[in-house]
Ligand binder design. Sequence first.
Ligand code: ZN
Length: 317
Amino acid sequence: MSTVSPLSQIIQLKPIFHQKIWGGRRLETVFGYDIPEGKIGECWAISAHPNGDCLIEAGPGMGGTLSKLWAAQRDTLFAGATGDRFPLLIKILDADGDLSIQVHPDDAYATEHENGSLGKRECWYVLDCEPGATIIVGQRAHNRAELAEMIEGGRWSELLNEVPIHKGDFFQIDPGTVHAIKAGTLILETQQSSDVTYRVYDYDRLGDDGKPRPLHIQQSLDVVDYDQVAPTSGTVTAPEVDGVTGLESNSCYTVDRVRVSGIKNLEQHWPFLCLSVIDGAGEVCGLPVAKGKHLLVPATVDQVELAGDMELIVSHL
Ligand code: ZN
């Protein structure tokens, strides 16, 4: 039993926004975030990555960054966690245009080729999308030579596996999976804390500087998993039990969708829980929250009291 009040232990972070050539304005219009001018594609809501290390607005470590808190209090606040960095990164993406066709390395490849970075395993929960929206997950080449040939020939529609998407769909993207989020999509992404992306194709677009963004064909050919079976749909088939639907569980993270109607207690057995309110409003351990709010609950809180009418994405190691 913890002796401190759960509310005082909850970590509230200031989101960091990233401009992207494919970004839009829905992080403001749909989520109410105070975002900078321009095309804003990403909200890094819970992150200790060097490319976007969130400031702590309330709770333990207030005024400092999440990476500092992790370094200083990993063993006490995040009991049982190992590793030299906060391992997950929670984002919301607003794709007003298509993201580049890309692939991420696994931990082994990233450690060796990307200065000790983590690899990038990620998953997507579709918060909303326009009618007819699609996503690219998987590719059809059987080996490196065939993939090189298809890229060289620009045979994109033959190569890429395109899947229709709907609000509430979920996709797990393992390292080595060729993928792209496409226009008209709002996504909540849970991923390893990594920013290593190998671009396979960028639709021959030019960046704000008038130049194409770099491609990484050799690295892509190295890391693509040629044996993978591509999905045909992102429909969630797992049962909802007492408001909780298990979306994914692997060696990097477990992700659940939690629906609250009234009062619900979540047991907290892990080094931390990442909570993102994706719809509705209510309270978390007495703290008022609404759509777009993200919280980090450390191991020192063993019961998370949820109340209200809301839907959350909850993740842990
Ligand atoms: Zn990706």
